[in-house]
Design a protein around this ligand. Structure first.
Ligand code: NDP
Length: 469
């Protein structure tokens, strides 16, 4: 891994940005798709690296990589359309001008990634930044340096001589902090809300713009007309795959009273055979276990009960079988904070409405899931969440055309899809004179305003709006 100082990496990236942004969209698309092909070829090694660094099972690592490749390929193919210059009406006052919105790349983007999805998360961000014509300095988590390096090495192998188009910055949090102050044109951060705040504060010093993909605390709501078996399968997978270390994983379950018994029975059947170390790995970092323990102990101390699992679920350091708590008050950390571990808190509610109200009652607003035979897009409008899946869980994350991101304490800005390309561009407004009019409104200062016909016409239009009822 390159060990150059951060400012030098950014300088090299800036030099490379000139050539990279000057390539045609078609050429960048080819380079990005060759990268995806090379990552697919190197799959076995990358999957093994992800497993070693995160502790997740091979099937999960494989899925993560494949979804990441989807993002790279979709983004490569769609960047030209998304960034196509857009003609807009100049309006009466500038009628002699052509007006165009042009999307320009920003220059150099600093990407800071987490350890939980060390391939998928960066790939989705890198794809948008690179396809838009930026070069990237990428800092992977200190827990997953080899996966980060493997992504960049595959880019270089696929596109020999690409050099500083995609560089990796090794190191821990201080390296990320230095990148925030290194004069990049944007920082794309994925990680915890607390670190996101530090990133934003550091970037504020130089007005470096940021996109922050921070922690979640997602709810899954089971309405009384839900397919409870499907909801239970989704809850089990959404809450416990990768030991619950998924930003948009299910942390809270709200189930309508009429189906609560059937749902709890189905969830118990789903979870009975699930074992940490077999169906999912140990927690990736020791600090995470402390959070899970704190949330469970606090909940139990304040009247919470084990609905599934118990103190015996903590089988060895970092090895925790599924735990479901119930009877936990809304203001306890297990409900209010992101746990990021194999813990879900279930609450029986009156109906879908109460589930929605409680789902919306935490600071985070990343994703949400609703199970109901009658729900559709309409339910999403009532949920405070950047992403909503109806009769599915986490499905939005696997659809390359959908933007990914949250609101509130989950951050702002979007990666993936069209928005994930625009995020790494700036809009440049361009006017080009196309006619020469004597009565023009904004370019002729000689005659008094009331003599300028276009101004008079515009004023008249506002006095008598014809298009209002
Ligand atoms: P952290 O916030 O601990 O770290 C994220 C990245 O920031 C790491 O590369 C880390 O480096 C780096 N970093 C640490 N300190 C600083 C600093 N002061 N300035 C700049 N960078 C810094 O998150 P985790 O790696 O623990 O990831 C888990 C979190 O990420 C969870 O909260 C999860 O919800 C969230 N997440 C959000 C996603 C989303 O899309 N919304 C997707 C995936 C995860 P190092 O690790 O080397 O210390």
């Amino acid at each position: 891994m390159t060990a150059l100082p951060v400012p030098l990496l950014v300088t090299r990236a800036r030099e490379a940005a000139e050539g990279w942004s000057a390539l045609s969209f078609r050429e960048r698309e080819h380079q990005l798709r060759r990268w995806a092909a090379e990552l697919a070829r190197a799959r076995a090694g990358i999957v093994a690296t992800i497993c070693r660094e995160t502790g997740k099972p091979a099937g999960d690592a494989e899925l993560e990589l494949v979804v990441g490749l989807e993002h790279v390929s979709w983004t490569a193919r769609h960047a030209e359309r998304v960034m196509r210059p857009r003609r807009v009406a100049p309006g009466l006052l500038a009628v002699e001008h052509r007006a165009v919105v042009v999307r320009r790349p920003l220059g150099v983007v600093g990407v800071i990634g987490p350890w939980n999805y060390p391939a998928l998360t960066p790939l989705g961000v890198l794809a948008g930044a690179l396809a838009a014509g930026n070069t990237v300095v990428f800092k992977p988590s200190e827990y997953t340096p080899d996966t980060g390096r493997a992504l960049a090495e595959a880019f270089e192998r696929a596109n020999p001589g690409s050099g500083a188009v995609l560089q990796v910055l090794p190191g821990a949090g201080e390296a990320g902090a230095a990148l925030c102050r290194a004069g990049t044109d944007k920082i794309a951060f994925t990680g915890s809300t607390r670190t996101g705040q530090a990133v934003m504060a550091a970037c504020a010093e130089s007005l470096t713009p940021v996109v922050l993909e921070c922690g979640g605390n997602d709810a899954l709501i089971v309405a009384e007309d839900a397919d409870v078996e499907a909801a239970a399968r989704a809850a089990a997978w959404g809450a416990f795959s990768h030991a619950g270390q998924t930003c948009a994983g299910v942390e809270r379950i709200f189930v309508a009273e009429p189906v609560s018994e059937a749902f709890i029975a189905a969830l118990t059947r789903e979870l009975d055979p699930v074992r940490a170390g077999e169906h999912y790995g140990a927690l990736t970092t020791p600090a995470q276990e402390a959070v899970v323990r704190r949330h469970v102990e606090d909940a139990v101390d304040h009247g919470g009960r084990f609905l599934f699992g118990g103190n015996g679920s903590f089988r060895a350091p970092g090895v925790i079988d599924p735990v479901v708590l119930t009877g936990v008050a809304q203001d306890r950390p297990a409900v209010h904070e992101e746990t990021f571990g194999p813990l879900a808190v279930l609450r029986v509610v009156r109906d879908l409405d109460e589930g929605i109200r409680l789902s919306n009652s935490v600071p985070q607003a990343l994703g949400a899931a609703v199970f109901s035979a009658s729900a559709d897009e309409g339910v999403a409008a009532r949920l405070r969440a950047g992403m909503v899946s109806v009769n599915g869980v986490l499905t939005f994350g696997g659809i390359a055309a959908l933007p990914f991101g949250g609101n509130g304490a989950s951050g702002f800005g979007r990666v993936h899809g069209e928005e994930g390309i625009r995020e790494f561009t700036s809009a440049q407004s361009v006017t080009v004179r196309r006619l020469r009019l004597t009565g023009s409104g904004v370019t002729r200062l000689r005659s008094p305003w009331w003599k300028r016909p276009l101004l008079r016409a515009a004023l008249h239009r506002h006095r008598t709006p014809r298009d209002l009822p």
